[in-house]
Structures are given as structure tokens and as C-alpha cells.
Write a protein that binds this ligand. Structure first.
Ligand code: MN
Length: 430
């Protein structure tokens, strides 16, 4: 039996208060889109089917390299993190799966954890391994790298941890492992670029060989940090080379914050799709580097352009198009549940706007070299306020018409501040 974290009657009565205004806005938009030959209900159906995973680690105040400032009522263990993810799902109805990170989310009994999640209306997305920091009980340090370390014993330990994550994921019902390593160098000459890459491919092959038949291995690249001179899997080129060498079950994962400033990320999306290696996404936003800011808070147009390429890819290969979508953010100054609700709305809105693009008109303008009309085709879709479509889709599934308003009204955090033990001090890069 599903036991949702908030009383559903409260959500229903909240929706009843907003229903008339939503109905008015939805019908007004329906008429506007209708004049362009777009059926609003068909877009709403698409939006209803679109889901994104939430990461367990984003339910706490992430902190920076400098400090972490916890809030009262923050979750302190995987059980409380699942509860908070269930609040996001109950109100947004677009985040039905949680992505776990090991060993951060270690539990005694993963079969029981799966049942616990199921009772909250949640399932599990990709599992994430962590060989970028040392754990108290491990024999070898990752100070000189993990999957690419020059010491074979360190590499073996990192491989074994990844295989452990796959085993846990099998029990949880996951179907992918996301691998991000911090391996790299801080000094010119410190590391041989290609020997490190060779060791990466060799180690990753052992992880790949442990994948169940239906699983995918997603390689996440990142330009810099913690290594500040070179990173082994720094860019989509390195990621693609590794994924191609490893085999068909290995694909690339694009984190929006893991690129050099001003890189054309939407073009990377198109290229990876062309190579059959577009495996997944981590959504966030960025001003300077890997800022992990809330999705769409800095550059919502880029988010839309990324989704435009995803929609293009889906239209071309609907049978094989299946990227794993996840939010990957660090919430340092907000209530993490509020950031997740707001980010979910921004991501789904970008998806909905991309679905409004007149693809025939776009392709036609491209072929005729009509730059202005090609651009205006995108701009016309981008300018639409799709909020009524999102709200109607949420309400139909039992979510809140105004998720943030409903969340504040629920006093969830204040109640949890009474029940949960306080989080300690500390730095917390995520
Ligand atoms: Mn990421």
C-alpha cells in the first residue's frame, strides 16, 4: 500500500481552490495554440509521460568546498531522504525515481529499502559509485586516483566498489550505473595523459563485464575539479572514446555544468545522439563552472535548446531514444525540496516548449537557409508560457497545481525539524 508523505486530501482541496483559474488559463492557451495547429491535450499527454529522477544527495544542503550550512529538519539518513523525495514526487508527479550514491546511501537491507521506497510511491534510478573520496573502512587511498591509479591494488578496489554498486542496484531495481571519477592531475607532467586513459578503459571494462544484460553503464565527464590541470575523462570526446571502446551497453552522460564556459552543449547532445551514445543527463545550471545551481535559474534558454535537440533526436529515432534524466544540484541557500520542485518545473517546461517547436517549419527554413525564420520557429515555441499545461498534467495525476504554495502550506520542514536529529557542521562538496 502506498502511504504518501502529505495528506492527499490537503493537496486535493488546494487544487480545488485553484481549479477555476487553471481552467481559464488552460483554455486560453488552448485557443492560442489551436490557431497554430497545436492540440494542447496532446502536449499535455506528452508532458504527463515525462519524468526525471531526483538524487538522494540533493535533499540535504549540499554546501560548497568552503562550508555547509544545514537547515533544521534536513534529512540525515537514506530513509529521511526518501521521504523528502516522496514529497517532491507527490507534489510534482514528475519525479517517481530516486538515484542513490554509494557509500553515502549505505543501508543494512536493500530489499527492505526497495519496499520502503515503493510504499512512498518511489522507485530507483541509476546507482552512482563514489571513488572520489576515501572511506574509513577501505584499505587503499584514492589520493592518487581510482580507476586510473598507477597502483593496481587501488584500481582493483575501485573496480570492486563499482561492482558492489551494481549488486546493490540489482536488488533495488535500478538498471544503470553512473560512473564519475575525479582522477586527474594538478601539475604539468604529473600524469601521462594516455597511460591514465588506457588504465581507465581497462578498469571500466571489468565494471562493464559485470553489468546485467538489461543494464547500461553511463560515463559522466567533467572538465576540472578536483583535478585542476588535467582530468582523465574531461570532455565528451574522452567520454565517447571510452564508451565506444567499452561496448554497446556503455553510453555518455552529459551534466550541464561539466563543460568549459560557453560551450555549445546542445550541439554535444546532437553529436552523442548521432553516435548512439546519448545515455543520460544531469540537470542543473551554471554561471562560472560546476556551480550546481538550480535548473533554468541562470540560462533557461540553453535548457530549452538542449531539449530542442533531445526532441529532434527522439523524432528521428523514437525506438532507441531513452536517455536517463536526473537533477544533479547542490542546494546551499534554499530548502532543498523547494529547489527540487522549482527545478522540476523548469525542466518539464523546457521539455514542453521543445514539444511545441514546429519541426517541419524548422527543417524547411534550415534547408532554405532562412536563418531568421529558423530562429523564429524556435523563438515562437520558447515564448509560450506552458505553466497551465504543466499544472493541468500535475493535477490530473494527483499533484499540486501550485507545488511550492502547497509545500509551504504543509509545514513539512517545520514538522521534520521537530522529529529529525540535527545535521552536524562540515564542508560538503557534492
Ligand atoms: Mn552530475
Amino acid at each position: 500500500m502506498t502511504t504518501l508523505p502529505l495528506p492527499q486530501e490537503a493537496v486535493d482541496s488546494h487544487n480545488a481552490r485553484h481549479a477555476a483559474a487553471l481552467d481559464e488559463d488552460y483554455h486560453a492557451l488552448s485557443r492560442t495554440l489551436g490557431r497554430r495547429g497545436i492540440d494542447i491535450d496532446a502536449i499535455k499527454t506528452k508532458v504527463s509521460g515525462f519524468t526525471i529522477a531526483t538524487p538522494s544527495w540533493a535533499t540535504g544542503r549540499g554546501g560548497t568546498r568552503f562550508a555547509k550550512f544545514a537547515i533544521a529538519g534536513e534529512p540525515t539518513n537514506i530513509h529521511e531522504k526518501l521521504e523528502d523525495c516522496a514529497v517532491v514526487q507527490q507534489l510534482s508527479r514528475a519525479t517517481p525515481r530516486v538515484s542513490l550514491h554509494f557509500p553515502w546511501d549505505r543501508a543494512d537491507d536493500y530489499r527492505a529499502l526497495r519496499q520502503e521506497a515503493d510504499a512512498l510511491g518511489l522507485g530507483f534510478d541509476a546507482v552512482n559509485s563514489n571513488t572520489f573520496q576515501d572511506q574509513a573502512d577501505q584499505p587503499h587511498s584514492y589520493r592518487n586516483g581510482s580507476l586510473t591509479a598507477s597502483d593496481a591494488a587501488v584500481r582493483e578496489q575501485a573496480i570492486a566498489h563499482n561492482i558492489d554498486c551494481i549488486e546493490i542496484g540489482k536488488t533495488l531495481g535500478s538498471n544503470a550505473i553512473t560512473v564519475w571519477i575525479g582522477d586527474g592531475s594538478n601539475f604539468p607532467g604529473q600524469q601521462d595523459f594516455n597511460r591514465a586513459f588506457d588504465r581507465y578503459v581497462e578498469s571500466a571494462k571489468s565494471v562493464y563485464d559485470a553489468l546485467p544484460a538489461t543494464w547500461r553503464m553511463l560515463l559522466e565527464h567533467k572538465l576540472f575539479e578536483p583535478a585542476f590541470y588535467s582530468t582523465v575523462i574531461a570532455d565528451w570526446g574522452s567520454s565517447l572514446m571510452a564508451a565506444q571502446e567499452l561496448g554497446p551497453k556503455c553510453q555518455c552522460l552529459v551534466d550541464l555544468g561539466h563543460h568549459a564556459p560557453n560551450v555549445n552543449i546542445e550541439q554535444i547532445v546532437a553529436r552523442l545522439h548521432r553516435a548512439g551514445k546519448l545515455g543520460g543527463f544531469h540537470f542543473n545550471d551554471s554561471k562560472y563552472g560546476d556551480d550546481d545551481l538550480d535548473s533554468g535559474s541562470i540560462n533557461p534558454h540553453q535548457l530549452f535548446l538542449v531539449f530542442n535537440e533531445l526532441a529532434e533526436a527522439q523524432a528521428r529515432n523514437p525506438a532507441t531514444f531513452d536517455p536517463a534524466y536526473m537533477i544533479d544540484q547542490s542546494h546551499n541557500v534554499t530548502d532543498p525540496i523547494e529547489s527540487l520542485l522549482s527545478s522540476t518545473e523548469a525542466i518539464v517546461a523546457a521539455y514542453a516548449k521543445a514539444a511545441l517547436v514546429d519541426r517541419d517549419a524548422l527543417h524547411d527554413a534550415q534547408e532554405r537557409n532562412d536563418a531568421m525564420m529558423a530562429f523564429q520557429t524556435l523563438r515562437t515555441a520558447y515564448k509560450v508560457d506552458v505553466s497551465p499545461i504543466l499544472a493541468a498534467a500535475r493535477a490530473e495525476k494527483g499533484g499540486a497545481i501550485d507545488p511550492l504554495g502547497m509545500y509551504r502550506q504543509s509545514h513539512w520542514r517545520e514538522r521534520k525539524a521537530q522529529e529529525r536529529k540535527p545535521v552536524g557542521l562540515g564542508a560538503g562538496i557534492v
